[in-house]
Design a protein around this ligand. Structure first.
Ligand code: BGC
Length: 768
């Protein structure tokens, strides 16, 4: 765990430059706007350890799979988000000497992420070996208002000299992915153009043929007046720049405004991209930095109005939660149903930038609570569009008749994960996609979604479950063999309780939805019958048989559900009895030792109890929590939040807070020593859930918001807002009272600690 980020409610602050922390900071200080993003790397040259990462949403490369032993059914490739052409470079040479923080003496270094306004600010003083000293103040943002535009204001002041200098402003498409399986370069040349005042490069991805046009223009100013200098425009394959010759005058600030555009062929015709790019550059330059910035920060102001969580009495917690919200909001804006949320967002390459079940199980509730319902809907529509591929994917594995298996990892609907125990066995992801439909409809009341899209997906997933189980003559029950539950520290187990439960739940829910659609819109139901070739009677009969006769492992004596058939054969040891040097297990133990152990990577049975909480009494939840939590090592960042939610419900407030700390500052404090790879974006949604569903006790039952808040000992108050069915409801929890305020929309009935209350506009309801 590191502790170098200064605490501040709205800013992430790094003071002093420590090259050994640079990659961690580059992840933390990442910027994005839903369409593009980049790590918090430097504009000027840096010859030290860095991972220059720029990403364009939806642009990926199918990197040929590399595995030792091929198994039938493995996908041929792993789709990877591409490290994309970079537009941020501002390369400075003073009298031929490169400004490079690895070669200069650096002082007064500050890197600040201003979360309120969405900017990355950096300032430092750098002295060359010969004593020449410059002061730099840089501000950069990826416009939340104009999604294809980014801007930099770079102020350069020679502190103790006057000298000629060159400023090279470039677009560099000769970039590589660190995680390339065969050290291939993924970008090929298309065209480049450099003229005085602008440079544009279009590059194309190999195999997938995405075109990305990246351009830049700039303006130089000193004392509020334009600075002109001799300009040389250079272009070569995958590269274009302008080199401007200037004379730096001691004590006089030179301001460089650099504007970047990134266009993808997903949004523009390929043959017009250079032209449109040029036009957008011109518009950005004409608008200027201040106007672009004002529009950008206005979007952030509005976003924060809806989604901010305030915490009083604990600045570290306040900073942590805002950082999580900030990263989520700049990763996915919900405007485009072709896009999704990679576990690392725009902050790194790990996990290939692809879609996991994280989206449905963790991110969806965050966007439901903080954004217009269309945002969460788009996440569901994304999976609807992938339904034909999910059916194909299942067919490749031998399933039939329209059964769908959604991929564990995907970019375009095709599976691209290739470890058999996950690809073929971690099938619970399919259930999370069904559950997300339920969760969305329960929260928004948008039942129309079921008619338009939802039912088709549910039928296909139920079909998969009904084919995946088999009848056990020995048990006289249905079983599900050879699966991996959410706890990836057990593979190829039989009857993972969570997966069995999800399967049965999906088959029940699908039938409820089918009945409802049939009643509500018979014509639509007929359409769905014919599209899906749903043999209603026959298929439902089978589903109902499975529902009635499914086997769920449990230990009646202990009163707990069993994670899988063999769980009790394991030596049951508590995590607290492990030697500190054994942790984290995934780094210290062999894989087979992990698999044989009882230690749990992430919530598994507890994930099921979280999803289906209302089906269980509190004592069952308690017994299972008490049994599994002590064996859980939380080596997935998705784990602690589920524990916060259940612990809060059980009144285990200290445990809830302890778990909360693990999730809220996971990246800021580099808890797991892996933030250098990128931030844990999807688990950040879990932090939000920890406050809202955990401490705030928020649930939706019968179309109503319920709350059962408690106050962590270390805080004096906290508040959050929820977007709920055309209303905005704010909940403010103090030590002695909870205020619930209807900030906008029609009166609404809520349930606070079991009591119904009607909220009238702007009237605070106070519970003492
Ligand atoms: C977790 C998965 C998760 C993936 C991406 C893994 O470590 O075990 O549940 O989907 O990370 O976040």
């Amino acid at each position: 765990m590191k502790n170098y980020i200064k605490h501040h409610p709205w800013e992430i602050i790094e003071e002093g430059f420590d090259p050994s922390l640079n990659r961690v900071s580059e992840s933390i200080f990442s910027l994005g706007n839903g369409r593009m993003g980049q790590r918090g790397t430097f504009e000027e040259d840096y010859s030290g350890d860095t991972h220059q990462g720029s990403y364009v949403a939806g642009v990926y490369y199918p990197d040929k799979t590399r595995v030792g032993w091929w198994k039938n059914g493995y996908p041929e490739y792993f789709a990877k988000v591409l490290n994309a052409p970079s537009w941020i470079g501002i390369h400075i040479k003073v009298q031929g000497d490169v400004l490079d923080l690895a070669a200069c003496k650096v002082s007064e270094f500050r890197r600040v992420l201003d979360m309120k306004r969405g900017t990355l600010n950096r300032s430092f003083t750098a002295s060359y070996p010969d004593g020449k000293t410059v002061r730099v103040e840089a501000t950069r943002f990826c416009s939340m208002d104009a999604g294809e535009v980014g801007a930099i204001r770079y102020r350069l002041t020679p502190v103790n000299f006057s000298a000629p200098a060159t400023i090279r402003l470039d677009i560099d498409a000769d970039v590589v992915n660190q995680d390339s399986n065969y050290q291939e370069k993924f970008w090929e040349e298309v065209s480049q153009e450099a003229r005085e005042g602008a440079a544009l490069v279009t590059a194309q991805t190999r195999k997938t043929n995405f075109h990305v046009c990246t351009g830049m223009t700039y303006a130089l100013q000193a004392g509020g007046k334009p600075v002109t200098g001799k300009v040389t425009a250079n272009a070569r394959p995958k590269y274009a720049d302008n080199v401007v010759e200037v004379v730096l005058t001691e004590g006089e600030e030179l301001t460089i405004f650099k504007y970047g555009v990134i266009l993808s062929s997903e949004n523009h015709p390929k043959d017009r991209m250079m032209k449109i790019g040029g036009e957008k550059l011109q518009a950005a330059r004409l608008a200027g930095f201040d106007a672009l910035f004002n529009a950008h920060q206005a979007v952030w102001a509005h976003t924060w109005e809806l989604c901010d969580i305030t915490i009083e009495g604990d600045v570290a917690a306040q900073q942590g939660i805002r950082f999580n919200i900030f990263q989520l909001m700049q990763t996915y804006t919900g405007k485009d149903s072709r896009l999704n949320i990679g576990p690392k967002g725009f902050t790194g390459e790990k996990y290939g930038g692809s879609t996991y079940w994280d989206t449905e199980a963790y991110c969806l509730p965050f966007y439901l609570g903080t954004s217009d319902p269309s945002v969460a809907r788009n996440l569901l529509v994304y999976r609807y569009k992938h339904l034909p591929k999910a059916i194909e994917n299942a067919a490749k594995l031998g399933f039939k008749d329209g059964a769908a298996l959604y991929p564990m990892v995907t970019m375009n609907g095709e599976e691209c994960h290739n470890e058999w125990e996950i690809t073929f066995e971690e099938i619970h992801r399919n259930g999370a996609i069904a559950y997300a439909i339920y969760d969305y409809v329960r929260y928004t009341g948008d039942e129309n979604y079921l008619v338009q899209y939802g039912l088709e997906v549910l039928i296909a997933i139920s079909r998969f479950w009904s084919q995946r189980v088999n009848w056990s003559a020995a048990r006289q029950q249905y079983v599900m063999l050879g699966v991996t539950g959410p706890n990836e520290y057990e593979n190829n187990v039989n009857n993972n309780w969570y997966t069995n439960r999800l399967a049965v739940w999906t088959m029940k829910y699908t039938q409820q939805v089918a009945d409802w659609v049939k009643r509500r819109d018979p014509a639509a139901f007929d359409r769905i019958l014919s599209v899906t070739r749903f043999r209603e009677h026959e298929e439902r009969t089978r589903w109902n048989d499975i529902i009635a006769k499914m086997y769920f492992p449990e230990d009646r004596e202990r009163g707990v559900f069993l994670q899988q058939d063999g769980f009790l054969d394991k030596e049951l040891i508590a995590v607290k009895d492990l030697r500190p040097e054994d942790r984290p297990l995934n780094e210290k133990w062999s894989w087979d030792r992990i698999l044989r152990s009882c230690f749990i990577k992430q919530a598994d049975v507890l994930q099921g109890l979280y999803f289906f909480e209302d089906e269980f009494d509190l004592e069952s939840i308690r017994r299972n929590f008490d049994f599994y939590e002590p064996m859980t090592v939380h080596e997935s960042s998705l784990s602690p939040c589920v524990h916060v939610i259940l612990a809060s419900r059980l009144g285990y407030t200290e445990k809830a807070y302890e778990m909360y700390l693990r999730t809220s500052r996971l990246d800021l404090d580099d808890y797991n020593h892996d933030t250098d790879d990128g931030c844990h974006i999807t688990s950040m949604a879990g932090t939000w859930m920890s406050v809202v569903k955990g401490f705030g006790g928020m649930r939706v039952r019968d179309g109503k918001l319920h709350f059962a808040p408690f106050m962590p000992d270390h805080w004096t108050s906290y508040s959050f807002r929820l977007e709920f069915r055309d209303r905005v409801v704010r909940v403010k929890v103090n030590r002695d009272k909870t205020e619930t305020i209807l900030e906008s929309g029609e009166p609404i009935e809520i349930v606070m600690n079991g009591k119904s209350v009607v909220l009238e506009p702007r009237q605070a309801t106070v519970k003492v």
